[in-house]
Design a protein around this ligand. Sequence first.
Ligand code: NAD
Ligand code: WQD
Length: 340
Amino acid sequence: MKILVTGGLGYIGSHTVVELQAAGLEVVIVDNLSNSHIEVLNKIEKISGIRPSFSKLDLADRDSCSNFFKGEKAISGIIHFAAYKAVGESVKEPLKYYHNNLDSLINVLENMKTYHIPNLVFSSSCTVYGQPDKLPVTEQAPRKPALSPYGNTKQMAEDIIRDTVYASAIKSIALRYFNPVGAHYSALIGELPLGVPNNLLPFITQTASGIREQLSVFGSDYNTPDGTAIRDYIHVVDLAKAHVVAVKRMLNDKSKSNYEIFNIGTGNGYSVLEVIKSFEKVSKLKLNYKIVGRREGDIEKVWADTSFANKELGWKAQKTLDEMTLSAWRFQQQLSKNMK
Ligand code: NAD
Ligand code: WQD
């Protein structure tokens, strides 16, 4: 079975490729390297012993996308990661986000129809829930108006997929990820943010390794036990495994409907200070941080109800917060070593 992984050299995509290969699936990667490096292909090969086939192309470009599909036969399923994901940048450059994230999806769907490719796994996000009224949040919770163009592309993409599935033979599973963190235990692949990281874990590890001076903790006056905001952090390897389960569910015709949505988190919420404490414990370092004001657009707390994914997919996140922070730290140490 051949699986096309778009954005397969990126953070979540690369970990998913490794898990797909471990499950015996053949992988074809498409990536335009707009937020990833070609060396990741070597790292994947080093981990799994298999070099996936790779094409560098922009999926948002209609002609390049069709040419690729014309030449690539017998794809059984697609996992579509390719998108831009920087929330702040999307506010400043909304058209860049609408163009890339939506045109690439539409081009992929059009080619799925043309070449009768039946199965699509889509990277959605817990961002579609905004601040939920009830916690833990279930898949039935209403989506809230998006707080950024990036968030809006995820809502719009879900709707585009729902409507396309309704009108065609395509089946899809949208996975709503909570907060992916950590790295592969080999420390060969992990998150490689360009420039100053926006996300908490890369900022922590870069501060600990001296690249950043100090971590700012955004807000200590939230209605949470220690006043800092709560998220459902999930180890990227657990998340990668959820994709293998989802794609196999479709390949084996086990979907209960042609469009399914699953929350992919651990079901546990941790505050920013709890993440810092975990990092300090596993790294045996003292982190330089200070409490500052809230970050605009941040929500107070969110964590997943994962019972639907646990029951229906037979998948459950296994890794602890300490494993997440330790693997992120080992990856950063490896990067720093390679820079010397
Ligand atoms: P990433 O930036 O590391 O990976 C995305 C990959 O897609 C990159 O390698 C990039 O070069 C590629 N790409 C982007 N536009 C492309 C295009 N037009 N054509 C071909 N390749 C293109 O991001 P990630 O963290 O691995 O995220 C993967 C997916 O998961 C994205 O859709 C993202 O929105 C979604 N997601 C991420 C998070 C998160 O916190 N990381 C949370 C929820 C959802
Ligand atoms: C986590 C917590 C921050 C940095 C983002 C996107 C979301 C999804 C996942 C894609 C928050 C706090 C952070 C820092 C801090 N991506 N923090 N100091 O904001 O939950 O979600 O990534 O779909 O759409 O918005 O993740 O890692 O940025 O923040 O105190 O330097 O850490 O305030 O409470 P977030 P994050």
